[in-house]
Design a binder for this molecule. Structure first.
Ligand code: HEM
Length: 400
């Protein structure tokens, strides 16, 4: 069996760097040092979500499913087809979103859609029956990419103005929910249930909870996507409640593993604190609805998106990536994370949330600019570890 550098992980590392630069550029624009350029907001979010998240998943999921569930590994040819499809499509997306070419952007989204279908086709080719007790994780690994397909259809609907009962805002919300809570949320939950016990050397305390957790996350995710698309707020709220209960069960199981091991590390803290920032919007939206009768304002929505992307997605990436490298390499020495990053990132996200509740836009900037600066500062040390491991010692290899 020979090994090669995982081309998806390399791209994920490069995009993690570019996403940090894009966020720093946003800070400079806010501070008036740099003039804004088209697509910067979209780019800074999607460099992290598509650039890092999608590539990390394409680089891991087929191999994880093959090794854990007796499936087929994608061959070198298929790996490169997937890599080219995703990276050329993403390059086109970055260009077309910046210059406002919606048709080209929709075509590029179609390229990523095809890559995900191909990945699922490879993952579903199993030659052994799935062992009892492991179906829960496999269910999440398959359902996650299916949500992504729905999320891409929502994006194409926004780009091509396809009609929807919830109109553009319903499509946008459905897109965000399908991708963040559906796609990434499910795959990450599967990964943590499967791998955290290995990383800390303790079995899940309540393995029986895993199955119900997966169903709650999947059913909640369906409500969270269908509700905004159909403009049925009670359905969205129901989905939210079910999803939050599923997340609570997930966290109970994960926390029990970490507490039993008595081995808190910055990386484990990133993974758990990330979930705090994931569920904050779940509470803010219904509370705002109950108190004011309206869904949150633009500033609250912006804080929710920044909180989800930098508080949850970024912390999952910088928490899990170094652990995955260690697992692949077996003998990687050195530190995997910093407490400094855990603290500074969270204060940054907190500042962004506080900015949403200030009386006017001018005073909100007093929180947003330092908030983003803190996020960039917390981001840099883990970024340096990830890039060093990716470029330095070949720890990001895959079996081929
Ligand atoms: C093929 C993949 C994707 C395409 C084509 C796409 C496209 C889009 C489009 C067109 C918008 C609306 C921009 C606007 O307001 O005009 C958007 C917003 C957004 N997308 Fe995506 N997206 C993709 C993948 C993802 C993924 C994987 C995630 C997260 C995991 C994500 C998260 C978001 C978020 C959070 C927003 C809201 C941004 C804001 O309102 O500031 N997207 N996306």
């Amino acid at each position: 069996m020979k090994t090669l550098r995982n081309p998806f992980y390399l791209m994920a590392g490069i995009y993690l760097l570019l996403a940090a630069i894009a966020l720093a550029a946003r800070v400079l624009v806010m501070a008036g040092v740099l003039s804004s350029f088209p697509g910067l907001g979209w780019m800074s979010i999607h460099l992290l979500t598509i650039g890092v998240g999608v590539q990390a998943i394409l680089g891991s999921l087929p191999a994880l499913v093959a090794t854990r569930f007796g499936g087929k590994q994608p061959g070198i040819g298929m790996t490169w087809v997937l890599w080219l499809l995703v990276n050329v499509s993403f390059g086109l997306l970055l260009y077309s979103m910046a210059v406002g070419l919606s048709m080209l952007a929709a075509g590029a989204a179609g390229g990523i859609f095809i890559a995900i279908i191909l990945m699922l086709t490879v993952m579903l080719q199993r030659n052994e029956p799935v062992k009892v007790g492991t179906q829960a994780v496999l269910r999440l690994y398959i359902a996650g990419p299916l949500f992504f397909l729905v999320g891409i259809v929502m994006a194409i609907s926004m780009l091509l103005n396809w009609p929807a009962p919830g109109q553009f805002l319903g499509l946008l919300e459905a897109h965000v929910h399908a991708n963040v809570w559906g796609f990434l949320g499910l795959v990450v939950a599967g990964f943590l249930l499967d791998h955290l016990p290995v990383y800390v050397g303790q079995p899940l305390r309540w393995p029986g909870l895993a199955s119900i957790t997966t169903w709650l996350l999947i059913i909640g995710g369906v409500g969270l996507v269908a509700g905004p698309w159909m403009a049925i707020i009670p359905l969205t709220l129901l989905g939210l409640i079910v999803y939050v209960v599923g997340t609570a069960l997930l966290l109970i199981n994960l926390m029990s593993v970490i507490l039993a091991s008595r081995s808190w590390t910055p990386n484990l803290a990133h993974l758990i604190v990330a979930y705090l920032w994931m569920v904050v919007p779940a509470f803010v939206a219904p509370i705002s609805l109950l108190l004011t009768g309206n869904l949150p304002t633009d500033r609250v929505q912006e804080a929710a998106i920044t909180g989800l992307v930098t508080g949850w997605i970024l912390q999952i990436v910088i928490g899990a990536f170094p652990l995955r490298f260690r697992e692949l390499r077996h003998n990687t020495t050195g530190r995997d994370g910093w407490w400094f990053s855990v603290v500074v990132l969270s204060i940054g996200v907190l500042a962004i949330w506080l900015s949403a509740f200030t009386p006017d836009f001018a005073s909100s900037e007093l929180f947003t600019v330092p908030g983003y600066i803190l996020i960039v500062c917390g981001w840099l040390p883990p970024l340096s570890i990830i890039l060093k491991r990716l470029l330095g010692d070949g720890s990001a290899s895959v079996q081929a």
